[in-house]
Design a binder for this molecule. Structure first.
Ligand code: HEC
Length: 122
């Protein structure tokens, strides 16, 4: 028994020494990485004026090209009835709509977080 165990250990050592790749331990903060960064509403406001304001009022719910976004979080729903939260808004901004362009290529993850932080204040 002991001989067999020692044999296995030796075999294991041989494998380890033969350069077999042992994956490095995953850092504990891995989970944080997949979470989007915290947004800055002030920067979001600026971005909104540059990127969204031509089509969306922020101070009313009135339609411009797209619907006014005042109170979008308070109302809690898209026109489609889908729930408004950070994830659904991010997906919407990344994908765009029928007449709304996609911003996946033109905005960074951080910029979308900033926009969402601003939309929360409306
Ligand atoms: C070229 C015009 C245009 C631009 C620019 C634009 N949108 Fe839109 N957006 C629309 C239109 C039109 C709709 C209506 C839905 C559709 O097109 O499918 C819409 C819908 C939306 C909705 C869903 C509203 C609802 O109640 O369903 C959100 C949220 C939104 N836009 C956010 C943004 C944000 C944030 C930006 C800037 C990053 C932006 N839009 C830029 C035209 C635009």
């Amino acid at each position: 028994m002991i001989g067999a165990a020692l044999g296995l250990m030796a075999a294991g050592l041989a494998v380890a020494q033969s350069g077999e790749k042992i994956p490095p331990a995953k850092p504990a903060e891995k989970k944080e990485e997949s979470k989007p960064p915290k947004g800055n509403a002030l920067r979001g406001r600026q971005l909104y004026e540059e990127q969204c304001g031509i089509c969306h009022f922020s101070a009313s719910g009135e339609k411009k090209i797209g619907p006014g976004l005042k109170g979008i979080y308070r109302n809690g729903k898209f026109s489609s009835g889908k729930k408004v939260d950070d994830a659904s808004l991010r997906a919407w901004i990344e994908n765009g709509g029928v007449d709304m362009p996609s911003f996946r290529e033109s905005l960074t993850v951080q910029q979308i977080s900033d926009l969402i932080a601003f939309l929360r204040t409306l």
